[in-house]
Design a protein around this ligand. Structure first.
Ligand code: ADP
Ligand code: K
Ligand code: ZN
Length: 433
C-alpha cells in the first residue's frame, strides 16, 4: 500500500519540476518574510530572481544549528506568531535549545509525511499503534501520534517510561505497531522476556524505530526478539520531526519525502556537492514550510543517497543508514570511531548482550578507549581463561573493524543503563579537561 502514490511514485523529471516550482516559492517566502534569510542572501549577492530551478539550490547559503541558537527563540520565524500553532524544541547535547514553530499547514504536511511512512510499513486504519516516543517538546511522540491519526489507525499515546505498564497495555490492547527509539524497543523486548508473558500473546508486528542511529545488526536483534519487522523512521526537529523519511517493505534504504524536504549530500569540509551515491553530510531544504523554512540546513548526519527506483514501486530517493552525526564521531589516538561501528560488532557476537558503553579518557597524554559490555548468561564463566579469551575475541574483532584495540570491560548483567529515549553510548572524559 502506498499512501500518496502520485507523489511517492512520481516520474523523477516531474518531481524535479515540482521541486523547482516549490523552491522558488520558499526562497521568495524566506527572502521577504525572514530578515535572517534576506540578510544571508544579500551577503551572497543573490535574490529570489536568481533561482529558476532546483539546480540553482547550490547558489543558496547554508543554514546551521548555530544560526538557530544565535536567533533564539523566534528569530527565524517567517510568519507572525498568530499563525504559529505549535512549538517544539530540541535540547541537543550542548548549549541553548533550538525552537521550531509550525503553522497549521506545516503540521498537516508533517502528519502526511508520517502517514506515508506508516503506510509503507504496512499499517492501516485497522491497526493500533503504541506511541512510546516521549510526548512533549520532543517531536517524537506528537509527530508519530498525528501520523497514526491521519491514517485512521488507533493511537495508543503511551509516551515513554513506565515500562511494565507499556508491556501490559501493549499486550491487552493488542497493538500491532510500536513507535519508539530502537534502544527503548530493546529495553521493552527485554522486559517482555522477563515478564513471563509469552511473545505469542502479543499482536505486535511492526516497529517504527528512529530518532537515533541504529545498525542492521540491531534491526536483526529487534526483529528476532519481538517477532516483528523493524522499520526505520528518520527526521529532525529543524525540518519537522520524525517522518522526513521512512523505509518501505524492501528495508533497503529510507525513502525521503523530497516533495517537501529536498535532500543534498555535501562534503562536510568543502561543502561542495558529492558525486551521486557518495557518502557525505545530509543537507535539507524545506520546500513547503511556512512557519520556519529551512534553507540548505546542515544536519551533520553522514549518509548517502540512492536515486534508483525502489522495488516497492516508489521513485522517492532513498537514504542509506546513517553512520552517525559528524558531532558523534570520536577521534581516539587519531582514529575516527563511530559508536555505530562498535554497535555492529557487539551485535554480531552471540556472546554479548546488545548493550554497550564507550568510555574515553586521556591518561599520560594518551587516549584510553574502553568498551563496557555484558556477557550473556549462557556464555558467562567463572573460569578466568575463558573470559580472557572472550575479551580477546571481541577486542580483535573491534581492531579489524575500527583499526584500534579497545580495552574490553565485562560488567555485571543489566548494569549498563537502559534507555527510554535516545541512548547515551559514549562517555568522553577528555572533554572535561
Ligand atoms: P536532538 O538534536 O536533540 O537529538 P532531534 O530529535 O531533532 O533532536 O534529533 C534529530 C537527529 O536524530 C537527527 O539529525 C539524527 O542525527 C538522529 N536521527 C533521527 N532519526 C534517525 C534515524 N532513523 N537514524 C539515525 N539517526 C536518526
Ligand atoms: K498562534
Ligand atoms: Zn521502497
Amino acid at each position: 500500500m502506498i499512501w500518496n502514490e502520485t507523489i511517492e511514485c512520481m516520474d523523477r523529471e516531474e518531481m524535479r519540476k515540482l521541486q523547482s516550482i516549490r523552491l522558488r516559492r520558499v526562497v521568495e517566502h524566506a527572502y521577504h518574510n525572514s530578515p535572517f534569510y534576506r540578510k544571508k542572501m544579500q551577503e551572497m549577492g543573490i535574490t529570489p530572481d536568481d533561482i529558476h530551478s532546483i539546480d540553482d539550490i547550490v547558489k543558496l547559503p547554508f543554514t546551521v544549528k548555530q544560526d538557530l541558537r544565535d536567533n533564539y527563540p523566534f528569530g527565524l520565524m517567517a510568519v507572525p506568531m498568530s499563525e504559529i500553532v505549535r512549538l517544539h524544541a530540541s535540547s541537543g547535547t550542548t548549549g541553548k535549545p533550538i525552537v521550531v514553530g509550525y503553522t497549521r499547514k506545516d503540521l498537516s504536511i508533517w502528519s502526511e509525511a508520517v502517514a506515508r511512512c506508516l503506510t509503507a510499513y504496512g499499517l492501516t486504519k485497522n491497526d493500533s499503534v503504541q506511541v512510546s516516543y516521549g510526548y512533549g517538546l520532543f517531536t517524537g511522540g506528537l509527530g508519530a501520534h498525528a501520523g497514526v491519526e491521519n491514517i485512521g489507525g488507533t493511537v495508543i499515546p503511551m509516551s515513554s517510561g513506565n515500562t511494565q505498564k507499556q508491556i501490559q497495555l501493549m499486550h491487552d490492547f493488542g497493538a500491532k505497531g510500536l513507535a519508539c527509539t530502537p534502544s527503548y524497543a530493546l529495553y521493552l523486548a527485554e522486559t517482555i522476556h522477563s515478564s513471563g508473558i509469552p511473545l505469542e500473546e502479543f499482536k505486535l508486528r511492526v516497529g517504527a524505530f528512529g530518532a537515533e542511529p541504529w545498525t542492521e545488526n540491531m534491526r536483526k536483534e529487534l526483529e528476532e526478539k519481538l517477532n516483528i519487522k523493524a522499520y526505520d523512521i528518520y527526521g529532525l526537529t529543524e525540518i519537522c520531526g520524525p517522518g522526513v523519511g521512512g523505509e518501505c517493505e524492501c528495508q533497503n534504504g529510507t525513502h525521503l519525502w523530497e516533495d517537501h524536504f529536498f535532500p543534498e549530500i555535501v562534503d562536510p569540509v568543502t561543502l561542495q556537492p558529492v558525486e551521486p551515491g557518495e557518502q557525505g553530510e545530509l543537507v535539507f531544504t524545506t520546500l513547503t514550510k511556512e512557519g520556519m523554512p529551512m534553507i540548505r540546513y546542515r544536519t551533520r548526519d553522514l549518509t548517502h543517497l540512492i536515486y534508483e527506483k525502489c522495488e516497492c514501486g516508489r521513485t522517492a530517493v532513498r537514504m542509506g543508514r546513517i553512520l552517525g552525526r559528524s558531532d558523534d564521531m570520536l577521534i581516539i589516538r587519531g582514529v575516527n570511531v563511530f559508536p555505530s561501528q562498535v554497535e555492529s560488532v557487539i551485535l554480531e557476537m552471540p556472546e554479548f548482550e546488545p548493550h554497550y558503553l564507550i568510555v574515553v579518557d586521556r591518561v599520560n597524554n594518551t587516549d584510553t578507549f574502553q568498551i563496557q559490555v555484558e556477557v550473556r548468561q549462557e556464555y558467562y564463566s567463572d573460569e578466568m581463561n575463558k573470559m580472557i579469551a572472550l575479551k580477546k575475541k571481541i577486542a580483535n574483532r573491534m581492531q579489524s573493524v575500527i583499526g584500534l584495540q579497545p580495552d574490553i570491560k565485562i560488567v555485571e548483567p543489566r548494569s549498563i543503563e537502559r534507555s527510554m529515549g535516545k541512548a547515551k553510548h559514549v562517555v568522553d572524559n577528555r572533554k572535561l579537561e
